[in-house]
Design a protein around this ligand. Structure first.
Ligand SMILES: [Ca+2]
Ligand SMILES: [Ca+2]
Length: 193
């Protein structure tokens, strides 16, 4: 598993439609990589880093298995902003990230936070389908791994110590059986200074 690209999905099938979706920003990623502004484009989808807003964590990379990472909504389908409310085991969350295996979000903390907390699981929008593994890494070191979580199971609370961590990676893997219906929520995700 490369620290520079997306996680290897370890899947046997590709997408809900059985084929890899094209990355809408692949050209931009490639240009950014050539200019030294980003790591090389990763598969299946990556986005170049944006400048952080004041007071907001610095998101340095987003990779997602089906369309873009969604903010405050579930992954939905391939288009941006087409998800529903983040919902895990019947509970709706206003905030968080809607993602799809295999993918990861890399956030620069620069040692400014003490804890990362969230509630994770497979979004209710896929029913009992979907199997994913959530991993939290600090500076490349594994801080938490959930084991395989399924769409029919309960949500999994995450609360990890990130004291001194400069770069936080939130990673979603396919659970070893492909990425079909792997709609993975980082609900109520928050960093505590
Ligand atoms: Ca979407
Ligand atoms: Ca899976």
């Amino acid at each position: 598993m490369s620290g520079k690209g997306c996680p290897e999905p370890r899947q046997t099938t590709m997408s809900p439609l059985g084929r890899r979706p094209p990355c809408p920003d692949r050209r931009a990623c490639r240009q950014a990589a050539r200019a030294g502004r980003s790591s090389p484009p990763c598969s299946p989808c990556c986005r170049p880093p944006r400048s952080p807003s004041p007071g907001q964590p610095d998101v340095r990379r987003r990779c997602n298995g089906w369309g873009p990472v969604e903010r405050d909504m579930s992954n939905g389908e391939r288009d941006p902003a087409d998800g529903g409310p983040l919902t895990l085991a019947g509970t709706v969350y206003d905030k968080g990230l809607g993602t799809h295996a295999a993918g990861e979000v890399v956030v620069g903390l620069d040692g400014g936070y003490r804890r990362f907390a969230a509630v994770v699981g497979v979004d209710d929008e896929v029913g009992a389908k979907g199997t994913v593994v959530f991993e939290v890494l600090g500076d490349g070191r594994t801080l938490l791994t959930t084991g395989v979580l399924g769409g029919a199971g309960p949500a999994f609370p995450v609360d990890v110590d990130v004291t001194g961590v400069r770069q936080l990676t939130l990673r979603v893997l396919d659970g070893g059986d492909g990425v079909d219906s792997d709609h993975a929520d980082w609900a109520d995700a928050r960093l505590v200074p």
